[in-house]
Design a protein. Structure first.
Length: 315
């Protein structure tokens, strides 16, 4: 089967060095296998999306030297298909309306446990309503749709991280496939889009490994083929904090505007995955050197000695 990879930036902030590393690895992985790539702009997180940043995402990827065979296309262009998938899940009896807000979830959970980023949903609305409209009429609140998770372990076999088991019911609970405003939630949107785009390999940060388990439940429920998972270590700052858009970490746009040669980033990323290069290589020069098994298991840290000067410290 021909390999189809994807680049899926979200225009919720400027791309940074961590994104550059993930996208370069995804590109090298697909191209080294003679595969194709899809560029999809994931623009469904409406409150956080800044449409003008979509063009910046494309410019950043082009600046790095990346290309693609399909796209760029916007995730919102496939909205009808995603909503149709949600409706199909409901007809199958696999989802239910939920009127609980984030505030309700936090109040029900009580004091948050240290290190826990996601509040488990206890199934409060299971069996209460037959449809979103009926839930809204009865409660006076907008209703989301949640996927009803069965008890048991979900096994994710990752090409880089190996085998992992997730108890979604105990740790996360029933998760949303439609938000309260009727727009698709991330887990469903990415499944439907990747299947529609024929994606066979998903390369992304290992912070999304737990999401792969939830997505597998949706792939199975919809009868869709599960892609090859490749979850790689994240990039952090010199203090060990993961890079983030919301923290205004050094962006690719800043580096572009400062006149940095993008080949310096290519060299840094190549070196960080066990492909040291002489000079400043073009992204295509690294393709033949790429080996998934040479990528270190530990996270990598970046720092800047002066604007545009990048080096690697592994910890």
């Amino acid at each position: 089967m021909a390999v189809v990879g994807r680049l899926a930036p979200s225009p919720t902030g400027h791309l940074h060095l961590g994104h550059a590393r993930s996208f370069l690895i995804a590109w090298w992985s697909a191209r080294s296998q003679g595969g194709r790539l899809v560029l999809r702009i994931e623009d469904l997180d409406t409150p956080r999306v800044h449409p003008a940043l979509a063009d910046d995402c494309v410019r950043d990827l082009e600046w790095l030297g990346l290309d693609w065979d399909v796209g760029p296309r916007k995730q919102s262009d496939g909205l009808e298909a995603i909503v149709a998938a949600a409706e199909r899940l409901h007809r199958m009896g696999l989802t239910y309306p939920c009127i609980c807000s984030r505030g309700d979830l936090k109040a029900a959970a009580g004091a948050p446990q240290e290190g826990v980023e996601e509040v488990r949903y206890a199934g409060t609305c299971r069996g209460k309503f037959t449809s979103r409209d009926q839930a809204s009429t009865a409660s006076g609140k907008q209703a989301a749709m949640r996927f009803a998770v069965k008890y048991g372990l979900t096994v994710v076999n990752d090409a880089f991280c190996g085998r992992h088991e997730f108890d979604i019911s105990t740790n996360v609970g029933d998760f949303p496939v439609l938000r309260r405003d009727g727009s698709p939630a991330y887990q469903l949107a990415v499944v439907v889009d990747d299947a529609s785009d024929g994606v066979t390999e998903v390369v992304r940060g290992d912070d999304l490994l737990p999401s792969a388990a939830r997505q597998q439940l949706l792939y199975d429920a919809l009868g869709l083929p599960i892609p090859r998972w490749v979850h790689i270590p994240l990039v952090t700052d010199s203090g060990g904090r993961r890079l983030a858009k919301r923290a205004d970490d050094l962006s690719l746009r800043q580096l572009r505007e400062r006149g940095l040669d993008p080949k310096a980033i290519v060299r840094w990323v190549a070196g960080s995955i066990g492909c040291p290069c002489e000079g400043l290589p073009d992204v295509r020069e690294v393709t033949s050197l790429f080996r998934l098994q040479t990528i270190p298991r530990s996270r990598v840290a970046t720092a800047t000695e002066e604007p545009g000067s990048i080096w690697l410290a592994r910890h």
